[in-house]
Design a protein around this ligand. Structure first.
Ligand SMILES: NC(=O)c1ccc[n+]([C@@H]2O[C@H](COP(=O)([O-])OP(=O)(O)OC[C@H]3O[C@@H](n4cnc5c(N)ncnc54)[C@H](OP(=O)(O)O)[C@@H]3O)[C@@H](O)[C@H]2O)c1
Length: 199
């Protein structure tokens, strides 16, 4: 494996391996800019800062806090606000938009195809979101309020970039399926392509 050392602010260096470079070059925004080794380093540096692709010991607590506010507190507060009405109606479907990147099963797998995606704030926010799914599902068992997490797959959105294989419609399939589950459908699950996946 070839290792590239990219200066990261004044705090040292980060290791970039080939898998990450392949991942970055897949991104439309980069492909047109990489015309020399110097610009590759510049583009990687900018990209890493913008996309929060760092190892966990370089994670800025302010970035982590901001990510948790959006990806964790937002869905939790929304669920807390809606659950009384759902209970009153005897019906509710809660779908948390998580990601395989937040799966502890994936994070702890040394052979994971996503191993080079170093976005600790994002990944941990999705791990926590999955925890919220489990706690809500347990607390709401027997109420006809079904709570699940979904991974849409890698989707061509602003976040996913133009090289992602799935259309937004394809990415929406599993979350929409979970949002429209019949009574007695699954709860306390994590799904991708309508199939259960490991937390
Ligand atoms: N795309 C993928 O490959 C992929 C893979 C796995 C999981 N996901 C998950 O799927 C969900 C949708 O992602 P996406 O790909 O559609 O991303 P996206 O194209 O970047 O869209 C993100 C959306 O979130 C909104 N947003 C961001 N921060 C917000 C905040 N603080 N308050 C309210 N809204 C906020 C944005 O609003 P503005 O447009 O106003 O900024 C935008 O509409 C996310 O939860 C993501 O983690 C996506």
């Amino acid at each position: 494996m070839v290792q590239y050392l990219i200066p990261f602010e004044s705090r040292g260096t980060i290791n970039i391996d080939e898998r990450l470079i392949e991942f970055l070059i897949l991104d439309d925004n980069l492909s047109c800019q990489i015309d020399s080794k110097r610009s590759l380093v510049y583009v990687l540096f900018t990209f890493l800062k913008q996309r929060e692709i760092l190892v966990i010991f370089e994670l800025d607590p302010a970035v982590f806090h901001n990510t948790l506010t959006t990806n964790v507190f937002g869905p939790l507060l929304l669920a807390q606000a809606c659950i009384p009405l759902m209970k009153a109606n005897g019906y509710g479907r809660i779908v948390n938009m998580a990601s395989t990147l937040g799966s502890l099963n994936d994070i702890s797998n040394p052979d994971s195809p996503y191993g080079a995606v170093l976005s600790p704030a994002y990944r941990l926010s999705k791990t926590l979101l999955n925890g919220i799914t489990v706690l809500l599902a347990n607390a709401l068992r027997g109420t006809n309020i079904l709570v699940n997490s979904a991974c849409p797959g890698w989707v061509r959105t602003d976040m996913g970039g133009g090289k992602a294989p799935l259309t937004p419609e394809q990415g929406a399939d599993t979350p929409v399926w979970l949002a429209t589950l019949p009574d007695g459908g699954p709860t306390d699950g994590f799904f991708r392509e309508r199939q259960p996946i490991l937390w």
